[in-house]
Design a protein around this ligand. Structure first.
Ligand code: CUA
Length: 180
């Protein structure tokens, strides 16, 4: 979608520059006897060319980067076997987390389906060094899907990232990621 918009904008800008080139080319002779008019046209062309460079360069930089969210493919085709995501139901309620199943395998995407039974909580996944790895909101009446692949087996932690009452700070959880 963003790429399409960028393309249309780029094409319109290129079209405008091309039209101005044609206009200058077609009418250059006509205005030749007016002093300075051709020079002004060439200056305008230079400016438009710089604008085109800046716009197309910016659009390229903005659209060619990696997508800022996880992809929806749960297997790598070249491995020959399709490995479906592990689906984990994550439910927050004052003031605890419940994961089912509670055990996760490393190296395979996990699709956390996150919701809440009462108020909005913040579902934050931390590694054992308490670095935040991924997060989404746990909202009553909604299921937010958070996909994450754990690279290493070990113990991971859940912290609530949204103030949800007197024991918000104690709303912690823990789960284990195994190698297979
Ligand atoms: Cu749950 Cu803060």
């Amino acid at each position: 979608m963003v790429q399409h918009v960028a393309w249309v904008i780029t094409l319109i800008a290129m079209g405008a520059v091309a039209l101005s080139f044609l206009w200058v080319a077609a009418r250059a002779g006509e205005f030749a006897e007016y002093p300075g008019i051709v020079e002004r046209a060439y200056r305008l062309r230079k400016v438009l060319f710089v604008v085109l460079l800046v716009v197309s360069g910016g659009v390229s930089v903005l659209t060619l980067g990696e997508l800022p969210y996880a992809t929806a493919s749960y297997g790598t085709p070249h491995e020959g076997t399709f490995r479906p995501a592990q689906v984990v139901e994550a439910v927050g309620s004052r003031w605890q987390w419940e994961l089912s199943p509670g055990q996760i395998v490393a190296g395979r995407p996990v699709q956390f389906r996150v919701t809440s039974t009462d108020v909005t909580h913040g579902f934050g996944i931390y590694d054992d060094a308490m670095h935040l790895l991924a997060q989404t909101q746990a909202m009553p009446g909604y299921t937010n899907v958070l996909t994450y692949t754990f690279q290493r087996p070990g113990t991971y932690h859940l912290l609530c990232l949204e103030y949800c009452g007197v024991a918000h700070h104690g709303m912690m959880g823990e789960f284990t990621v195994t190698s297979h």
